[in-house]
Design a protein around this ligand. Structure first.
Ligand code: FAD
Length: 280
C-alpha cells in the first residue's frame, strides 16, 4: 500500500502543540493509509500526529466519549461498551467500522480523525460521529480552539471546514446520543463495495427522533423531530435537506436515483423499527 512521496523532504514527529505548524504544503500525518496510497502533489513535509501521545478514547463522567483524532479504528472498537449505552449503540461502532472498504486491512492504522478529515462521502467515521451528534474540537493556528458539529465539519466531497493551519484535535460524542436507541442501514452496489448510502437513526430518551444520511450525499444530512415523524414527514425532511445542499451524490459507487431510493427506503425501515414499541 505504501508509496514513496518523492516531493516530501521532511517528516516531523510532533511532541507538543507548538510542533504542529501545518499549512498547504505541510500536512498532518495520522495513520497514513490515504496519504501513502496515492501521489500528493505539492506536499513538502509531514507532521506526525501519532507522536503526540493523545489518549485514544476517554469516557467522560457525564457519560459522553472523547475520541482523539489519532484514535485508530481498532482502538475505538476495543473501547468497552458502557452499560448506560442504548440498544444498538455498541453494534453501531462495529458496523460503521465494517463499512470501510477492506476495513480489516486498515483498522490498525487508519484513524477516526483521518477518516473525518478525508471527507469522503463514504467516510465511515463521518457517518458514525455525525449520527451521534459528534462535535469536533479544532485547534486553530493562533493557539485558540473552536467547536463545530461533525455535520458542519464535513462540507462536501474532500472538503471540510478546517481553515489553513487548523488541526482536528478530537471528536466528542454526547451522553444523550449514546443513551439513545439506534439503528443502522447501509447499501452498496457490491457486497464488499464502497458504501453507496448509509442511514443511521436515533430515538433519544427524551423522545426525539433523528436520522442522519451519509454516503448517498456529498456531506452528512441530519433531520431532527421532537417526536417520531410520519413516513411522509421523514421522507419530505430528508428530500428537502438534500435538495438544499448538493443533491444526491453521483459516482461509480451509485447513481443519484438509486442512492435516493435506497436512502428513503432505509430511513423508513428505521422509522418503523425505532417506533415499533409505541405502535404495539
Ligand atoms: C484499502 C483501503 C480502503 C479504504 N476505504 C475507505 C472507505 O471505505 N471510506 C473512506 O472514507 N476512506 C477509505 N479509505 C481511505 C483512508 O484510508 C481512510 O479514510 C482512513 O480512515 C484515513 O485515516 P488515516 O489516519 O490513515 O489518515 P491519513 O492518511 O494519515 O490522512 C488523511 C488526510 O487527513 C488529514 N488529517 C489526518 N488527521 C488530521 C487531523 N487530526 N487534523 C487535520 N487533518 C488531518 C491528512 O493530512 C490527510 O490529508 C481507504 C483506504 C484504503 C487503503
Amino acid at each position: 500500500m505504501n508509496m514513496d512521496l518523492i516531493e516530501v523532504r521532511a517528516l516531523r514527529a510532533a511532541r507538543t502543540r507548538d510542533d504542529l505548524r501545518v499549512n498547504e504544503h505541510v500536512r498532518p500525518l495520522a495513520g497514513g493509509t490515504w496519504l501513502y496510497s496515492e501521489p500528493q502533489p505539492g506536499l513538502e513535509e509531514l507532521v506526525d500526529l501519532m507522536t503526540l501521545g493523545w489518549t485514544p478514547v476517554d469516557a467522560e463522567a457525564t457519560g459522553g466519549l472523547r475520541i482523539a483524532a489519532t484514535c485508530t479504528i481498532a482502538q475505538l472498537l476495543a473501547h468497552p461498551a458502557d452499560p448506560a449505552w442504548g440498544p444498538g449503540v455498541a453494534p453501531l461502532f462495529r458496523r460503521a467500522a465494517e463499512s470501510l472498504v477492506a476495513s480489516w486491512k486498515i483498522w490498525n492504522a487508519a484513524t477516526v480523525g483521518g477518516n473525518v478529515c478525508m471527507a469522503l462521502p463514504a467516510g465511515a467515521m463521518t457517518s458514525l460521529t455525525s449520527a451521534l451528534d459528534g462535535e469536533a474540537l479544532i485547534w486553530q493556528a493562533d493557539g485558540g480552539e473552536r467547536r463545530l458539529p461533525i455535520t458542519e465539519f464535513v462540507t462536501g466531497v474532500r472538503t471540510t471546514a478546517l481553515s489553513p493551519g487548523e488541526v482536528l484535535r478530537r471528536i466528542d460524542l454526547p451522553a444523550h446520543a449514546l443513551r439513545a436507541r439506534v439503528g443502522f442501514r447501509r447499501s452498496a452496489l457490491a457486497p464488499l463495495g464502497r458504501s453507496g448510502a448509509i442511514v443511521i437513526a436515533r430515538r433519544d430518551v427524551a423522545g426525539s427522533f433523528v436520522a442522519t444520511v451519509t454516503a448517498a450525499t456529498t456531506r452528512p444530512h441530519r433531520v431532527w423531530f421532537a417526536a417520531p415523524p410520519t413516513a411522509a414527514e421523514l421522507r419530505e425532511a430528508i428530500e428537502a435537506s438534500v435538495a438544499a445542499g448538493d443533491g444526491w451524490y453521483d459516482d461509480a459507487h451509485g447513481a443519484p436515483d438509486w442512492r435516493r431510493a435506497r436512502t428513503l427506503a432505509m430511513a423508513e425501515e428505521l422509522r418503523l423499527e425505532l417506533t415499533a414499541e409505541e405502535a404495539r
